[in-house]
Design a protein around this ligand. Structure first.
Ligand SMILES: CC(C)(COP(=O)(O)OP(=O)(O)OC[C@H]1O[C@@H](n2cnc3c(N)ncnc32)[C@H](O)[C@@H]1OP(=O)(O)O)[C@@H](O)C(=O)NCCC(=O)NCCS
Length: 137
């Protein structure tokens, strides 16, 4: 079955990483913290691109690992801003794995909130999301 959503806009992953033996837990599969770190980094890149300043992660919602990730898997993290407040940005992330001998797999999704900060680490306002393009008549 084809993998599900990779979010509506970005078809190019923000991060791709090849899983190596150093990324494993003691079961020999990939450590969940490695995947969480990739999700946080990819989502932070998208948030900082939008804010055009530094951002910090304030919240990561429930993350369910639906299937194990293995050494040799290529992990792709897709991320997109779905909501903007005054200083906060909500980012949705999706993680897929691929390997030459198996179909792509959607292993987990997450929703994160980032806050844009100034040099004194205080929240600063971010631009609104662009309004959706209207289809020509
Ligand atoms: C993020 C941080 C700067 C916010 O500071 P704050 O004094 O709580 O700021 P505010 O109360 O003005 O909130 C700022 C925005 O953050 C949002 N926010 C703060 N805490 C939140 C939470 N727990 N969940 C969701 N949003 C939150 C607010 O809703 C607000 O959004 P808006 O501006 O869009 O309305 C501060 O909590 C912080 O520095 N946290 C540590 C971040 C960090 O180090 N992350 C790395 C993890 S190790």
């Amino acid at each position: 079955m084809a993998p599900r959503s990779r979010l509506s806009e970005p078809t190019i992953p923000i991060i791709r990483a090849l899983m190596m033996p150093k990324d494993t837990n003691y079961h020999g599969t990939i450590f969940g913290g490695t995947i969480l770190s990739l999700i946080d980094q990819a989502s932070g890149v998208v948030a900082a691109d939008h804010a055009q300043c530094g951002v910090v992660t304030v919240k990561m919602n429930e993350v369910v690992f639906r299937s194990p990730v293995f050494v040799g898997d290529l992990v792709s993290v897709y991320a997109q801003i779905v909501k903007v407040g005054r200083a906060s940005m909500t980012v949705k992330a999706e993680v897929f794995t691929s390997r030459h001998d198996k179909p792509d797999e959607h292993v987990t999704s997450a929703e994160l909130i980032f806050v844009a900060i100034d040099k004194d680490r205080r929240p600063v306002a971010v631009p609104p999301l662009p309004s959706p393009q209207k289809e020509p008549d």
